[in-house]
Design a protein around this ligand. Structure first.
Ligand code: DSN
Length: 487
């Protein structure tokens, strides 16, 4: 048996044989694809993966996705499908939902969403169905929408269009689906957003409450993809209750910290949110996909997500969700989650000790947001210089970002992936040292027309190679899937 740092144990010989044979079969049909699969492993092995939303799934999770569960249509829910012959998909979906409920202490789990955006759409659909459609049907004495008179239907359609959402703004760390105007959520709902306190960059619950009282949203969204702090969900729920809003929490980024009991009490969203959504592939370390957890009153509406909002469920991915959730129920996952959080603190302290500026001054979760304007760079320049040096990050807006969402002024860095490889606090301190070394030495370069470019940059000769070599030492000390050989 082989173990990847914090990753679940696996039989390296068996996994090598499985992939060698699979790639031979795939390569006989389309060698380019077999090559790309092999190259992706090599690339992931050879770089410092610091993208906060990425991880490395276990071989068991990955292998669960390549099979004939993929070939089955299974619209509907467990035991209630629009197609015959769904008994094995029922087994898979039931087990994934049971693991999710047990892991998160949730009354109900829906494991069909294909992504986090899909999970949020299911949540919005369920809240509209439960809070707006059901009362309208009851008032009209109708059982379903087709029983409504044309006038009642038109009135209900108008009412759908009048609903409001209050969510965290994109530049404060919220997600596109939390009411950002260009996203469908910003078009489905009248929307407004809360940001963070200009001096502390922390969430200001008083301001959220003030906006909620003024705006009276149907949905109060909480959660983030680039906010480096915890959220007090007890407080968010009391704000929602005061104004009659439904609290939807998107825990996609920190689901692993909830599962691993790093976020407990007021910081665990599941008991407080009416509906909680997540992806399964970020800190939760499962297959690429989404999931919805909810209180019992939303269960029926959530379960109608497919086919009302989603296409047919992916049986092979739901099976992999079940495997990943089983892994996350093991004590080793709690220790992994604790390491993700302590490593983020080590990374933050490594930056601060070297004079960097972090949004909010630190971290309480799995990510840090580095303000690269201190080095005279845009996020785009910093991201590219780091990539050339073997450090994979993503540029990200910071609050009140003068460079907008394309060039940005920040770099977002997360610890879930490298913690899976077994990186510890000292390794993350070294990562901070390498990053500061690259950024301090990088300078903006002029564009072809002589004007200042927000994308071009100059790195001193040899620095990228030196950083690549130093990163290589860290990576060699913590191999990814040790013992897994593709040839
Ligand atoms: N793309 C995800 C992230 O990187 O945070 C959010 O959708």
């Amino acid at each position: 048996m082989s173990q990847v740092g914090n990753l679940t144990q696996f039989d390296a010989a068996a996994v090598s044989a499985a992939y060698q044979n699979a790639l031979r079969v795939i390569g006989a049909v389309e060698p380019t694809i077999a090559g790309a699969i092999g190259q992706e492993l090599a690339d992931q092995r050879g770089s410092l993966k610091l993208i906060a939303s990425e991880n490395y799934a276990s071989p068991a999770v990955l292998l669960t996705m390549g099979n004939w569960l993929s070939d089955k249509y299974a619209e509907g829910t467990i035991g209630h499908r629009f197609y015959a012959g769904c008994q094995n998909i029922d087994t898979v979906e039931q087990l994934a939902a049971e693991h999710a409920k047990a892991l998160f202490g949730a009354p109900h789990a829906y494991v069909q969403p294909h992504s986090g955006i899909d999970a949020n759409l299911v949540a919005f659909w369920a809240v509209l169905a439960q809070r707006i459609e059901s009362p309208a049907l009851a008032a009209a004495g109708a059982r379903q929408l087709n029983d409504l008179s044309e006038a009642d239907w038109q009135q209900l359609r108008t009412s759908f269009g009048e609903q409001r959402m209050l969510g965290m703004s994109l530049d404060a760390g919220g997600h596109l689906t939390h009411g950002f105007r260009p996203n469908i959520s910003g078009k489905m709902f009248h929307q407004t957003s809360y940001g963070t306190d200009p001096s502390t960059e922390l969430l200001d619950y008083g301001e959220v409450a003030r906006l909620a009282r003024e705006f009276k949203p149907l949905i109060l969204m909480a959660g983030y993809s680039a906010y480096p702090r915890r959220i007090n969900f007890a407080t968010m729920r009391s704000i929602a209750d005061e104004v009659g809003a439904t609290l939807v929490v998107d825990m996609a980024h920190f689901a692993g910290l909830v599962a691993g009991k790093v976020f407990t009490g007021d910081f665990d969203p599941v008991p407080f949110a009416h509906v909680t959504t997540t992806t399964t592939h970020k800190s939760l370390r499962g297959p690429r996909g989404g999931m919805v957890l909810c209180q019992p009153e939303f269960a029926d509406s959530v379960d109608r997500g497919c086919p009302m909002v989603l296409g047919g469920p992916l049986g092979h991915v739901m099976a992999a969700k079940a495997v990943a959730l089983a892994e996350a129920r093991q004590p080793a996952f709690a220790s992994y989650a604790a390491d993700v959080a302590s490593n983020a603190i080590a990374l933050a302290e490594g930056f601060l000790r070297r004079g960097a500026r972090l949004v909010t001054g630190g971290t309480e979760n799995h990510l840090v947001l580095l303000d690269v304007s201190r080095y005279g760079l845009t996020g785009r320049q910093a991201e590219s210089a780091l990539l050339e040096s073997g450090v994979v990050t993503n540029r990200n807006s910071i609050p009140r970002d003068p460079n907008g969402a394309w060039y940005t002024s920040g770099i977002r860095l997360g610890t879930p992936a490298l913690t899976t490889r077994g990186f510890g606090a000292d390794d993350f301190d070294r990562v901070a040292e390498l990053i500061v070394g690259v950024l301090s030495a990088t300078s903006p370069a002029a564009a072809a027309d002589g004007r200042t470019s927000k994308a071009k940059y100059d790195l001193p000769s040899g620095l990228a190679e030196k950083t690549l070599a130093a990163a290589g030492e860290l990576l060699d000390a913590h191999p990814l899937y040790p013992g897994l050989e593709l040839t």
